[in-house]
Write a protein that binds this ligand. Sequence first.
Ligand SMILES: Cc1cc2nc3c(=O)[nH]c(=O)nc-3n(C[C@H](O)[C@H](O)[C@H](O)COP(=O)(O)OP(=O)(O)OC[C@H]3O[C@@H](n4cnc5c(N)ncnc54)[C@H](O)[C@@H]3O)c2cc1C
Length: 442
Amino acid sequence: MPGVAPADGWLVAQRRNAEDELLRHVAMMRVDFGAQLDAWPTEQVREVLRSERYFQAVHLPSAFQIHPRNYALGLAAAAEQAGARIFEDTPALAIDSAGVRKRVDTPKGRVRAGHVVLAGGAQLGSAFRAVSETLLPVSTYMAVTAPLGEALGEAIRYRGSVSDPRRGGDYYRIVKGDRLLWGSRVSTRISPPRGLAGTIEREIHDVYPQLGMVKVDHAWSGLMSYAVHKMPLIGEVMPGVWLAGAFGGHGINTTAMAGDLIASAIIAGDDRWRLFSSYELVWTGGAWGRAAAQMLFWARRLQDAVAESLAQRRDSALRRAAEHASREAAERERRAAEAVERRAAEEAARAAAEESAERFAAAQRTASQMAHQAAVQAKPPRRIAGAVAAQKVELRRAACAGGEAELGNEAAYGFDRAPAGSEEKPAAPRQQIKARRKAKRS
Ligand SMILES: Cc1cc2nc3c(=O)[nH]c(=O)nc-3n(C[C@H](O)[C@H](O)[C@H](O)COP(=O)(O)OP(=O)(O)OC[C@H]3O[C@@H](n4cnc5c(N)ncnc54)[C@H](O)[C@@H]3O)c2cc1C
């Protein structure tokens, strides 16, 4: 069909943290119904839906979406091609179902037929009260935003449709490249609420604050119909009068299935529609029923809001704790690295000080050796020369006194005994000579 543009995938993302519950649901759907679906953990969900509102999700890869208006136009064209005549804007005001040939009254004419199919949903009204009183009209709301540019693709990286499982939760997808088609909430109020566009703008902002306040180009509401037992009503309500209704919560896929079942029942006597006969027509309670449904809806909405708020608080507490722990770990690492650096710097300073002390000592040793050598090479020879001169004088005196040989030996001996380079004065031979001379005389 032209313009139906099917797109694959559906992600049902939870707005509360309930992993076990989700895993049980996925296992049940796989085992009991053979459904093809996967459970996604929170991290995987937040990779494609950049919002802290979401936790785990069920992914249905084989689910798909279509452009419903183009689908309706395509069905109408196919019906006309097959010989059907369509009269738009023509309400059925009354239906006489008593005879074999049924009669349908419209403002401008009357239609007679062997079979009548009631497919008007909750708007059927007075045309067939026995059925319309079993259908609860429920409004739901939609909007399409102005083009949002690349930011939209950054915030929503999933290209299928997204919804959350709350009562009257959000459902949306990207259309026309960068517009957001957003639906949400349900109500038993039939007329559209005031300020619908602004309400939806705030809802989008609450989930994707990074988009700023988006602008809604067009917002509208529509009616769905629900049965009390929430199952579709499909089958023959009396001979020749068929019903296909109460598809609220099930959607257009089930309407096509109902159309097939009823068509093949009328044409070929196929009685598979009886699979639905246990879901009977149950009076919805009129205005009181609508009020009760609204109260129930509000109560459940409140329940969901409390569960979500608790989940959000727990999540932010966990996030704060994780951030705190990671900050502390980083601080510990920083301090440890600082301590290592400080120790290394101290070690390097100590080694440098030791090396410098050693160099200083070595320089001192070298300086003192040089000083010593200089002393040996320069000073002592002057003293030695003095001493040698003195010795020569003494030796001359001793020679004059006649004890030359003996004294010469003694003097030489006494002189030689002074250590090389010693600064100690050599023993003066004069006293010795005097002492020996004295001893000789005596
Ligand atoms: C805003 C909104 C969003 C939705 N989003 C989705 C979605 O994303 N996916 C999904 O699968 N489903 C969605 N649905 C639900 C889906 O549209 C319905 O389940 C489906 O259209 C039901 O089909 P139906 O033929 O039973 O009733 P309807 O589509 O309501 O058609 C009934 C038709 O009968 C006409 N009618 C009623 N009484 C009379 C009368 N006396 N005489 C002549 N004509 C009469 C009405 O004018 C109407 O045109 C959405 C519904 C709404 C309102």
